[in-house]
Design a protein around this ligand. Structure first.
Ligand SMILES: C[S@@+](CC[C@H](N)C(=O)[O-])C[C@H]1O[C@@H](n2cnc3c(N)ncnc32)[C@H](O)[C@@H]1O
Length: 329
């Protein structure tokens, strides 16, 4: 077993969780796996049946298959976590921000308003800090108004033991005294994650056809691609997305075989690049499984964030500390 696969063994739901999280827009449970492994139990909410099934198959917590709305009533919890879908991204010029009913943020904010957790966190694509900066500011202002100190980090997953150049925005709201985890020096490569399985070819392998190879060559020439999009084993993978796992497009992730043929990634290879341990299995069609993987927060990144949140939750609440200080004066 490679050191990377050994490392992924840490990702398994803890037998003795000490705090409880509501995981909104839970997907297949990438975020939840990180939190459960750190010792925080979860309840998921997810609209997609296959994703909810995957969550229920692999995690200790229950994933409720339901569409969240701003009218959903939430139970008590110590924290709220989630990856709200952000519709204003694709609406072009007509951004309605928090008034857009298809957007996940009004639901996330409503959950925080109801539950008043000690701490909350959400994850989103990096573009939110740039293309949608105004909208992000509106969201953060609203959450600040609910009594939270807020910090945000543009995080590179490769700095948290994920063999991938994935960049994501992580925002944490707390009551004071939270510290974001330190970066981890050792970086893992795509080779660490998949070299023991990537060259296996059998009847199910998706070998690129001649015309696909020609299409890709044209695509790479037209986009002045310097690094062909094959997986490079000596470095982290490109960001794993639904599109480059499931779509037969020019930027799909693939492995160049020793005989020159190219093979599309399997579900297990995609899952490993996202830091899912091999014990985690996905349900639904192959496309549904690729979508669950591409949408997920890498569990190993989630694990490091979860540990920092656990440390915060285990500290005496700041309010209690301040009251004690006042008593001492
Ligand atoms: C980015 S994915 C979340 C990935 C997840 N955090 C993980 O780590 O695996 C967003 C999810 O929100 C779900 N979703 C979108 N709108 C929803 C709603 N109104 N209610 C519940 N789930 C919703 C989608 O089906 C999708 O699985």
């Amino acid at each position: 077993m490679t050191p990377y696969l050994e490392l992924l063994k840490a990702l398994k739901p803890s037998a003795k969780p000490t705090f409880h999280a509501l995981d909104l827009f839970a997907g297949c449970g990438g975020l939840a796996l990180g939190f459960e492994s750190a010792g925080i139990s979860t309840t998921g909410y997810e609209i997609d049946k296959d994703a909810a099934n995957t969550y229920n198959l692999n995690l200790e917590g229950n994933c409720i298959h339901q569409e969240l709305t701003t009218s959903t009533i939430f139970p008590k919890a110590d924290l709220i976590i989630g990856g709200p879908p952000c519709q204003p991204f694709s609406v072009g010029g007509k951004q309605k921000g928090l008034r857009d009913s298809r957007d996940g943020f009004p639901i996330f904010i409503e959950a925080v308003r109801q539950v008043k957790p000690e701490i909350w966190m959400f994850e989103n694509v990096r573009g939110m800090m740039f293309k949608n900066k105004k909208y992000l500011e509106e969201i953060l202002q609203t959450l600040k108004g609910l009594g939270y100190e807020i910090e945000y980090h543009l995080v590179k997953a490769v700095n948290f033991q994920v063999p991938q150049n994935r960049e994501r925005l992580i925002v944490v709201g707390h009551k004071g005294g939270y510290e974001f985890p330190d970066l981890i020096e050792h970086k893992y490569t795509a080779g660490d994650a998949v070299s023991d399985i990537a060259f296996n070819v059998d009847g199910n392998s998706k070998i690129l056809t001649k015309s696909q190879d020609e299409y890709i060559a044209k695509y790479e020439k037209a986009s002045k691609c310097i690094n062909p999009r094959d997986l490079h084993f000596d470095r982290p993978s490109r960001t794993v997305t639904c599109r480059n796992l499931a779509g037969a497009t020019g930027d799909m992730l693939r492995v160049k075989l020793p005989d020159g043929r190219r093979k599309r990634l399997t579900v297990r290879e995609g899952a490993r690049l996202q830091s899912f341990p091999d014990s985690f299995t996905f349900t639904g069609t192959e496309t549904a499984q690729f979508n669950q993987i591409g949408n997920a927060v890498p569990p190993m990144l989630a694990y490091h964030v979860a540990k920092s949140i656990l440390k915060y939750l285990k500290k005496e609440p700041l309010v209690a500390r301040k009251n004690k200080q006042l008593e001492l004066i």
